[in-house]
Design a protein around this ligand. Structure first.
Ligand code: NAD
Length: 389
């Protein structure tokens, strides 16, 4: 065995623990810049409550903005300028509260504030711009996830989109792992069923893809099994009863574990294609992952049958099945879960046209695809996508 393992230094997890924000944040600085990832969260008074909690701990705060879309280059560049104009520096820190979008915007901004070799994040994104590296430590960051999906609260990257030119790429550095994660599953109770379903399937996709990745590692694999055992029964519960404490807790924990897993082990074909579906077809990240997951499991069956069987037997130890039966049952189980929570089966159901396939194939070759357990050549990926139309 030979591996490195990265995870947030401090994770505070628990129902209602949002109330502890002020005391926890006090170790990060004396002025907080808040970035929110949800209009409805902001409208419900959560941001005001957050500011009061910070004030009680003698922390000044500035509410910077709410983002209601997946973050784009312009969002990062503008937010960075706002913080620079406020004189952001020593003693300051950021709080990203929201789904992956809000947390990623906060992560990217915290890195851009201290790395000033370029005014635009494009120059620091993987594979685009001038290929600059982040050399300075970002401003400290507290991540407060409010969807149970991306696990961004535990990862070292921020995903940033551009529509012209079209790309969805990561800003990545080990120091971008948030300093403090405050995960209060109660915050997700207001997430509507459709978003709960889609974000939840992102977490499940991350747990499965990390487990079978060609960069899979032992600690993340143990976390993946634990996360899948929680998430597979909990996701329908959270979708069907948004106030279910059991459902929300299990999903928040599974999403957190999925973030730790992906940050160490990488992902695979579903996460390779998802950014392409986001950029070319405006499909949300969670939905794209959910739609691609059954096809990804099938595409990797020949090289990961044993791992599928391991997962299935861990989930359902009472069933005495052969390795082949167990592996096939895992794929069936995931398709049944997608159907139960009303994830469409076909790319055409979400507006993808055959004419878009070449661009989708070309844009799917990012870091996530390189973790897929076997190489998927362009012709094969074309066939897979066409078969899903
Ligand atoms: P999101 O953050 O875009 O949120 C989805 C929707 O849920 C939004 O409309 C938002 O307003 C709403 N919402 C969020 N919290 C809510 C709440 N408590 N109550 C009501 N509504 C709420 O979705 P997401 O799936 O969490 O994040 C997607 C982004 O994260 C994508 O850009 C994706 O590429 C990225 N991502 C990042 C990582 C990473 O490691 N950095 C990993 C996977 C995905």
């Amino acid at each position: 065995m030979n591996y490195n393992f990265f995870a947030p230094q401090q994770i505070n997890f628990g129902w209602g623990r949002f109330q502890e924000t002020g005391n926890l944040a006090a170790s990060l600085g004396t002025r907080a810049f808040i970035i929110s990832g949800s209009r409805s969260l902001a409208a419900s008074g959560v941001i005001e409550e957050l500011r009061q909690l910070l004030s009680r701990a003698s922390i000044k705060s500035e509410f910077i903005r709410t983002i209601s879309n997946e973050p784009e280059v312009t969002d990062v560049d503008q937010t960075t300028r706002v913080l620079r104009n406020l004189g952001a520096g020593a003693g300051d820190f950021l709080i990203g509260i929201g789904g992956g979008s809000g947390i990623d915007l906060a992560k990217a901004t915290s890195a851009m504030i201290t790395n000033q070799e370029s005014e635009t994040v494009v120059d620091y994104l993987e594979g685009v711009g001038r290929g600059l590296k982040l050399t300075e430590a970002p401003l400290p960051l507290m991540a407060i996830p409010t969807t149970a999906g991306t696990g961004s609260e535990a990862t070292k990257n921020a995903v940033i989109s551009s529509y012209a030119p079209p790309f969805k790429k990561s800003l990545r550095a080990e120091q971008m792992i948030p300093d403090i994660v405050l995960c209060d599953p109660q915050l997700a109770c207001s997430v509507p069923p459709e978003i709960t379903a889609r974000t939840g399937m992102d977490a499940i996709t991350q747990l499965l893809e990390s487990y079978i990745s060609c960069r899979a590692q032992p600690i993340p694999q143990a976390l993946c099994l634990q996360g899948l055992k929680l998430a597979i029964p909990a996701l329908p519960e959270a979708v069907e009863n948004g106030n279910s404490r059991r459902g929300r807790e299990a999903m928040a924990h599974a999403a957190l574990l999925s973030g730790i897993a992906l940050a160490n082990s990488g992902l695979g074909m579903a996460h390779g294609v998802a950014p392409a579906l986001g950029i070319h077809c405006k499909i949300s990240h969670g939905l794209a992952c959910a739609l691609m997951l059954p096809a990804t499991l099938k595409a990797n069956y020949s090289v990961r049958q044993q791992q599928y069987a391991e997962i299935y037997r861990f989930l359902y130890p009472e069933q005495a099945l052969s390795a082949e039966q167990a592996a096939e049952s895992l794929i069936d189980e995931i398709q049944k879960l997608n159907d139960r929570i009303q994830i469409p089966r076909r790319l055409s159901d979400v507006g993808v046209s055959p004419l878009q396939i070449p661009a989708l194939v070309q844009s799917s070759r990012g870091n996530s695809m390189s973790g897929n357990p076997r190489e998927i050549p362009d012709e094969e990926l074309t066939q897979i996508l066409e078969s899903l139309l």
